[in-house]
Ligand binder design. Structure first.
Ligand code: MG
Length: 163
C-alpha cells in the first residue's frame, strides 16, 4: 500500500458586504470573507491538502484568481474538480482533518452541515472528515477578527489494501 499526506493552509480577510461561507455553508455573521471566489477558506485549505498529497501543486495553479471563470465561484465545485484530478491519479481518500481559526462567529452549530458538504463533495463517508474550530485567544489577525485562517491535512492511499 502507498500512502501520501498533504497539508493546506489558507487565510482570507473579513470584508463588509460579503457572505461568510465555510465548508459550503452560509453562516450568519456581520461580515464575510473577501476573495475572488466565494472565499471559503476551509474548502480552499482542504483543496490544497489534497493537491499536496497527490503532488499536483496548489489551488492557485488550478484556479488562478486572475481567471474570471472563478469569480464568486462555489468553492465546493473547485474541490470537486480537485477530487477528479486526485482520483484520476489513482488515489483514494483515507481521511481529512481540518481546523478553522476564528475568534467569531461560533462555528459549532454549523459543523455537521460543513462536514456533510465536504464528505459529499470528496466522495467519502462523513466519518472520514473531521473539522475543528479554535479561537486564537484574541491574539493575531484572527483574534482581532480581521480574518479567518484554516489548516487541513489529507491522507491518500493507493493499492489493494486501501478500501
Ligand atoms: Mg483562498
Amino acid at each position: 500500500m502507498s500512502l501520501r499526506i498533504g497539508q493546506g493552509v489558507d487565510v482570507h480577510a473579513f470584508a463588509d458586504g460579503r457572505k461568510l461561507i465555510l465548508g459550503g455553508v452560509p453562516i450568519p455573521h456581520t461580515r464575510g470573507l473577501a476573495g475572488h471566489s466565494d472565499a471559503d477558506v476551509l474548502t480552499h485549505a482542504v483543496c490544497d491538502a489534497f493537491l499536496g498529497a497527490a503532488g499536483l501543486g496548489d489551488i492557485g495553479h488550478f484556479f488562478p484568481d486572475t481567471d474570471d471563470r472563478y469569480k464568486d465561484a462555489n468553492s465546493l465545485e473547485l474541490l470537486a474538480e480537485v477530487m477528479r484530478h486526485v482520483v484520476r491519479n489513482g488515489w483514494k481518500v483515507i481521511n481529512v482533518d481540518a481546523t478553522v481559526l476564528a475568534q467569531a462567529p461560533k462555528l459549532a452549530p454549523h459543523m455537521p452541515e460543513m462536514r456533510a458538504n465536504l464528505a459529499r463533495t470528496i466522495g467519502v463517508d462523513a466519518s472520514c472528515i473531521n473539522i475543528k474550530a479554535s479561537t486564537t485567544e484574541h491574539l493575531g489577525f484572527a483574534g482581532r477578527k480581521e480574518g479567518i485562517a484554516a489548516i487541513a491535512v489529507a491522507l491518500l492511499g493507493a493499492g489493494p489494501d486501501v478500501s
